[in-house]
Design a protein. Structure first.
Length: 319
């Protein structure tokens, strides 16, 4: 089996060095490491070459989706690992995930800043068009220790068979960065392709190392891309949950001083959504199952105020 590791990067030289060192310690080493550079100015490409990686220069910040797609096109491997430049992998990460036997797989990813807390496990999305990185900020526990079939995986540290791209296509570059992985997962679900969450595979994520979680450009893109997800995939009956979900997310942005960025993102999303070619609408049951998972885990670990209000105002699909 051949495996290519694809690492999009835009600055963050020190963090990239940690990832590359962890790649060199893998018990199942990558056949090739492709670092796709989005116009770094801090010497990250040179560091990558010093570690034996092949560097592909994009020449500008083309976004996560475009950089990943370029790497996929360059790869000839049977299996592809997509890695954020600010993750570190346990030595058996690739070996554990590739034995899962699933079209795609992700592991248990802890926060690098608080190593007893989770950064992510798998993703779930609500009828309101908001995705939750399941377990984010929670202490590890039994809920997150069982292997399970999943529809959506964060592309923080993902392993995926190359033949999946032949069936589903590449990432949608309209998204640039943020939620392009959710869109891809929904396209997989439309074709009956599911993945695995494998908690025995462990990694650590520094998180939002490029701009910061509530940087105005981050918020603007997420707000816009939420509109794209709804326009591309959502049944038309979900109008009320969508209004609630997106309105509450706007309040979260305001709370973090990014209300205007949220408004600009929604404006761009609504204007541009009409240009998107709508995908075949996914069954309502898929979104209800996803929302049921959110409700179950939120209830077990303590509701975030966003989700408490969302379920109060929409009535939970878990009932």
């Amino acid at each position: 089996m051949t495996l290519t590791a694809i690492v999009p990067v835009w600055n963050g030289k020190e963090l990239l060095g940690r990832l590359l060192a962890s790649l060199q310690r893998q018990t199942l080493p990558a056949s090739e490491v492709l670092v796709v550079d989005n116009g770094s100015t801090d010497g990250a490409p040179g560091l990558a070459r010093d570690h034996g990686a092949r560097v592909i220069e994009m020449g500008r910040n083309a976004g996560f989706a475009a950089a990943v797609n370029r790497g996929i096109r360059e790869s000839k491997a049977e299996v592809i690992a997509i890695l954020n430049s600010d993750v570190e992998l346990a030595p058996d990460y690739f070996a554990t995930l590739t034995t899962a036997g699933a079209p795609f797989a992700t592991g248990k990813i802890f926060s690098a800043a608080a190593r007893d807390r989770l950064d992510s496990t798998f993703d779930a999305i609500s009828r309101g068009g908001a995705a939750w990185r399941v377990g984010e900020g929670r202490l590890d526990g039994p809920l997150f220790c069982a292997r399970r079939e999943i529809a959506l995986a964060p592309w923080t540290a993902l392993v995926i068979r190359a033949d999946v791209f032949a069936k589903v296509g590449l990432l949608n570059e309209t998204f640039e960065s943020y939620l392009e992985d959710v869109d891809f997962g929904l396209r997989c679900a439309a074709q009956g392709i599911t993945g695995s969450y494998v908690p025995d595979a462990v990694a650590w994520h520094h998180g939002s190392a490029t701009l910061g979680r509530w940087h105005p450009d981050t918020v603007r893109r997420i707000a816009r891309n939420q509109c794209y997800l709804v326009a591309l995939h959502y049944p038309r009956r979900f109008t009320w949950p969508i209004l609630v979900g997106q309105g509450l997310w706007g309040l979260v942005a305001v709370r973090h001083g990014a209300g205007m960025a949220w408004f600009r993102g929604k404006w761009d999303g609504l204007l541009n959504s009409a240009r998107l070619q709508r995908q075949s609408a996914l069954p309502e049951s898929l979104f209800r199952d996803q929302e049921r998972a959110i409700h179950t885990i939120q209830k077990s670990t303590g509701f975030d105020w966003y989700w408490r209000l969302y379920f109060l105002l929409t009535g939970t699909a878990a009932k």
